[in-house]
Design a protein around this ligand. Sequence first.
Ligand SMILES: [Zn+2]
Length: 237
Amino acid sequence: MSEEALYMDDSYLKEFDATVIGIKDGKHIFLDKTAFYPTGGGQPCDYGSLIRKSDGKRFDVVNVAKMDGKIAHELREPGLQEGDHVHGGIDWERRYKLMRMHTAAHLLSAMCFKMGAKMTGNQLGTDESRIDFDLEQFDKERITQQVAMLNESMKRDAPVKVYYMDREEALKDPEMVKLAKILPPAVERLRIVDIKDMDRQADGGTHVKSTKEVGEIVITKMENKGKSNRRVYFTLK
Ligand SMILES: [Zn+2]
């Protein structure tokens, strides 16, 4: 029993048809395929609904998370049965905001890397997101300048591509070595998110297809979190 994660190859898929292939505790539903993104990699899950085809009854999806490696859709109320055919729909407004935020976070991490800092974590939100990075010298003015330059270059409409690469192949590419090393050896095939000429990393999240769609990054707060850990909050315009 393993599902097809449709969002991996099509971030813009909003609706889909699927079959219930498993249920846990009455309200955790497993599907043969799904466009619902489960919480992970700093990106919060999708919300939405599953509509049973036999009677049109609607079940709200209030949380999506991986359970034993499989995508579990938590329903507000139980009622779906194994074998039910459903039509799924995700809350697109929420997802699209998170996609823009996720691509923005990758661009910011590339910017930090150029400044000699390494990103150590991120937490995306629909209204505000934050990234943490490791940097001794915290020059806030310089960061503000860099973000202004980044916003300018985002207007160039750089395409964001998603493709797969074998781990072995990735290790031959000096640029990819750093990201291949941080992944567990069990991962044989890497999913690469490539923002043309700006950033490239292995990632499981959903992204917009062009930097233009991100809009403009606005830094809302910068703070120190320990000796060299810096935290930057941002929103999008
Ligand atoms: Zn990411």
